[in-house]
Ligand binder design. Sequence first.
Ligand code: HEC
Ligand code: HEC
Length: 218
Amino acid sequence: MLKPRLTMWLVATLGLGSTGVVLAAPPPEAVSCAACHGAMGEGLPAANYPRLAGLPANYIAEQLHYFASGERQNVIMSGMAKPLTPAQVKTIADYYAALPVTMAAPAASVSAGLMARGEQLAVYGDWKAGIPACFRCHAAGGVGVPPYFPPLVGQSANYLSDQIIAWQTGTRTGDPQGLMHTVANRMTSSDTQAVVAWLAAQKPEAAVTMAKSEGGAQ
Ligand code: HEC
Ligand code: HEC
């Protein structure tokens, strides 16, 4: 075990890749994850496998805990999360949190009206419907606020809407103070479709710049 680890450490730390480019080789704990979440944690939007790159480490660790405990129900991920020890979870979470966000999610095609509604919900919210702006918690640009609020941009529309539906139907729980459960329950299916389409159309890199210039979370 020591030798391959040392080799990977050398590759990762000293950039001893054959191309001379610094390669962050995954730790052994994360090798099986790459099949679905991608070699760089970029995800596979077409198959609803979310990106893990750049997610807050604490958030990743919490989700692995929820998948193992059943608070978040997903057959694939519960099988992946259950055997992990706390030390493995920490290694995995730290690894993915440090990876750069490389890919924007493909845009979903919806009407201009729905896109406008999506932007309204994300940036301003809808106080009549009791829906706070997504950016109020997930930061301006939807880039997330470690340690509790994950990014929303750079995830596919399908993945995002699956999560909102999961909170509405109770197959995803464990969120701090039930915040997302409350938000999700106030959204109609048309609101969900609108906001996820708009979020998926935002470029993560542009959002990072926007968040910086606006001073982060509102
Ligand atoms: C066979 C495919 C597959 C493999 C292998 C896999 N995952 Fe997943 N992963 C998924 C799917 C599908 C979801 C979305 C589940 C849902 O909708 O709740 C997911 C979701 C997640 C999430 C939640 C992300 C978020 O934004 O909330 C984390 C964290 C995660 N996986 C970590 C891992 C880790 C760590 C491994 C390796 C130990 C792994 N996954 C291996 C398919 C996979
Ligand atoms: C009051 C704070 C708050 C607001 C407002 C809010 N969220 Fe969240 N959201 C959270 C928290 C906290 C989590 C992490 C839940 C967890 O740890 O399980 C989260 C997680 C999510 C996730 C899961 C992301 C992933 O990677 O799996 C989605 C999707 C989401 N929120 C969408 C939205 C949308 C869309 C809006 C606006 C309509 C919104 N949120 C508004 C607090 C908020």
